[in-house]
Write a protein that binds this ligand. Structure first.
Ligand code: SF4
Ligand code: SF4
Ligand code: FES
Length: 240
């Protein structure tokens, strides 16, 4: 069937501000949105730019706003977006990050926040034997968080970032939690200053928008609240 892709376009070299451009494409409703975007790029307008790589929900590069909801173009079926021929799918770049061109945003700030929580195992203690062992139960404590593909959908969806660009954001906090609950990690104090800062975990208002859009079904808000509880416990233990 024929549908319309209404895509936000912006070329900083020629455009003063973003404009929408419409493309009519012939699609199978069982195709993914990425297929339709590729069709535009290949056969209608080679100047359209967007990121993509794996096309299978693994690399996290084709996150965008699709009919007002953040998600991966390669994991979104067209039939979930339109009912009938002639319907329109509106596509915009992620929010809260500067648009470089068309659907490509500058992810520097997102990754700077991610790096600020030291997303790696911290443990200066000598390695016992060959490796730091962990039971299956201990591994389960952070299982879902390891599925993050750093797509920034959650970062775009979070309403707190509308008014507070400094907020650390859901992905970074979720990945901090991933290490804080890892039985092998000793980096709580190293991450404390960033997480406990005014722009750290506390601005989160439990809107759950991040959790709703995460293409990897990570319970982000639950992890943020878990992190808050760990910080609160640390403060209580300190004053006891
Ligand atoms: S937590 Fe989910 S939405 Fe956020 S960056 Fe990771 S995979 Fe993407
Ligand atoms: S739960 Fe917190 S981080 Fe997630 S969208 Fe809501 S305010 Fe943002
Ligand atoms: S292209 Fe890699 S996640 Fe969609």
């Amino acid at each position: 069937m024929k549908i319309i892709l209404k895509i936000q376009r912006y070329n900083p070299e020629t455009d003063k501000k973003p404009v929408f451009k419409e493309y009519t494409v012939e699609v199978d409703p069982n195709e993914r949105l990425l297929d339709a975007l590729m069709q535009v790029k290949r056969f209608q307008d080679g100047s359209l730019v967007f990121r993509k790589s794996c096309a299978h929900g693994v690399c996290g590069s084709d996150a965008m706003m699709i009919n007002g909801k953040d998600g991966l173009a390669c994991k979104t079926l067209i039939k979930t977006l339109v009912d009938k021929a002639g319907d329109t799918i509106t596509i915009k770049p992620l929010r809260h990050l500067p648009v470089q061109r068309d659907l490509i945003v500058d992810q520097s700030e997102f990754f700077a926040k991610y790096r600020s929580i030291k997303p790696f195992l911290i443990n200066e203690e000598p390695v016992p034997g060959k490796e730091r062992l962990q039971s299956p139960e201990e591994r389960k404590q952070f299982d879902d968080t390891t599925n993050c593909i750093l797509c920034a959908s959650c970062y775009s969806a979070c309403p707190v970032l509308d008014d507070n660009q400094g907020f650390l954001g859901p992905a970074a906090i979720c990945q901090a939690c991933r290490f804080l609950v890892d039985s092998r990690d000793r980096g709580f104090d190293d991450r404390l200053a960033v997480l406990d800062a005014p722009d750290g975990v506390w601005p989160c208002e439990n809107h759950f928008k991040c959790t709703q859009v995460c293409p990897r079904s990570i319970l982000i808000t639950k992890r943020i609240n878990q992190t808050k509880r760990m910080l609160e416990k640390h403060k209580t233990d300190d004053t006891a």
